[in-house]
Write a new protein. Structure first.
Length: 107
């Protein structure tokens, strides 16, 4: 299991566990964490405080990512390992989303 939490320096360094989940690829981004979705070819963004799903997006890949990297809450790079596909996903705003590069097969 892996635990997501934070430390409150104003309270003498008290830590707060936000939630615990099975070990998998994960990427922290602001107040959220990106994890593989419940089905292959999907990514799920979870709010760390509420533990609610913010969104689930499709990667169009036939696999579950083993690596995730995120930036600015709306940019995610995913990879299914050294011999699997990789790609990126980005949201321009809450009403528009698009794939950047889509599925990129490894050569």
């Amino acid at each position: 299991m892996v635990t997501f939490g934070d430390v409150d320096p104003g309270a003498g360094g008290t830590s707060h566990v936000r939630f615990t989940r099975t070990i998998s690829a994960a990427a922290l981004s602001g107040t959220t964490v990106w994890v593989p979705g419940s089905t292959p070819g999907t990514l799920t963004q979870i709010d760390r405080t509420t533990q609610h799903t913010v969104q689930t997006v499709t990667t169009d890949a036939p696999c579950t990512p083993s690596e995730l990297q995120a930036a600015a809450q709306h940019w995610v790079y995913w990879s299914c390992g050294p011999s699997g596909p990789a790609g990126g996903w980005a949201a321009v705003d809450a009403s528009a989303e698009f794939m950047i590069g889509g599925v990129c097969p490894r050569r």
